[in-house]
Design a protein around this ligand. Sequence first.
Ligand code: SF4
Length: 489
Amino acid sequence: MQVRISDDALAIACGADRVAQRFTELGHAVVRTSSWGMHWLEPLVELDGIGYGPVGPGDVDAIMAGTADHLRIGAIADHPFLASQTRLTFARAGRTRPLSLEDYADTGGWLGLHTAREIGGEAIVDMLKASGLRGRGGAGFPAGIKWDTVRLARGHRKYIVCNADEGDSGTFADRMLMEGDPFCLIEGMAIAGLAVGAGKGFVYIRSEYPHAIAKMRAAALLAAPLIAPFEIEIRVGAGAYVCGEETSLLNSLEGKRGEVRAKPPLPAIEGLFGCPTVVNNVLTLAAVPFVLAEGAQAYAEYGMGRSRGTMPIQLAGNIRYGGLYETAFGVTLGQLVNDIGGGTASGRPVRAVQVGGPLGAYFPPALFDTPFDYEAFTAVDGLIGHGGITVFDDSVDMAAQARFAFEFCAIESCGKCTPCRIGAVRGKETIDKLISGDSVASNLALVSDLCETMKFGSLCALGGFTPYPVMSAITHFPEDFGPERQAAE
Ligand code: SF4
């Protein structure tokens, strides 16, 4: 009998190591795998394909005695949460050992790189363009056009930089991919190197991800002979949110302060050490091996409008079934929160959902028919960002959430431009006045005016996107800001 337990950081945080140790003490061999992404079931134990979860060390004897039916979820792969997904980027999640080259090759690994070596740079970029893949870090810029710009740029050296500074609240897809399927990211970077003529790549990982850093370092060593002459180096960030912005990240990689650079020049023309550089998010690069192995059309046939392929959506916050849900673009917000996520973990009504991290807009249930699509979200003053969905029940105070957005921006601002550096502080002060009921109408107008200035006057998305959570909270939940609030208090 084979016992399989994830060694993903979330599973370990839930006690997976202690559960694995108990199985070992009883004489069973334990295989540590990647996570299936059903977080509410961790630690999830798999015995010959049958799942049990969440399992504590004290449950192990009952499982082996066949008396743990209350933990039995049946065949894991058939679980409705997984069976309804379209896993292209996370196809190996839960199924393979993260650092096993054998498992990777047995599940289609390196086929994309093999194709890339056969067809060469221009054809690789053409395939990527035809796939419709857009940057999964938040901006949604077409990856093929970015790669083509770097490919055609003049430079004695070119670089591939993977942005793994995943800092949005409620997001974990980059971490899961790096911990669970590190060779997939490495293959995607090697293909990018071939496409644009780059010999070296860097993975910039936030220091708060020690498991991902260790896995990526080990995987880069194991894969080195297979991707040569392309080389990959793992670098660790120091924790500044703004280093997730591509030019700050490049400054940090160069050993400088993580401060935003003015654009132009674009990093594709003048990036790392002044050389043409592809900067892509983990999920963008990890989607590339599928495109090269299965063909651009196989990827592009999923999705809607200009949002092609699949998106690994992260369900988090006050949600009953939280985890990683990869599906084609087009699924509605309501389906994700209520049908798939099961509503709130607290059992209270859902009041608001924030999509796209701390700088994403808050959506009320009235907008739950919005399809997960870059353009549809823009049309309702929102953004998909990195695909993080954070759920709040009816106990949430939306004025406090708006205040938090300004406070977050004030703390994380790099200080380079005035609308963000000063605006965030003044915004927080003005929300405090609103909360205390001071001159509500004029202070609401002031916040609106300030948000307009920050949106259009900030140098980067940190200052420029802070208005999204603030204005969506005011627009969709006005009762938390006006006289009704004071009456309720
Ligand atoms: S918007 Fe904020 S984080 Fe961005 S450059 Fe300006 S001060 Fe720095």
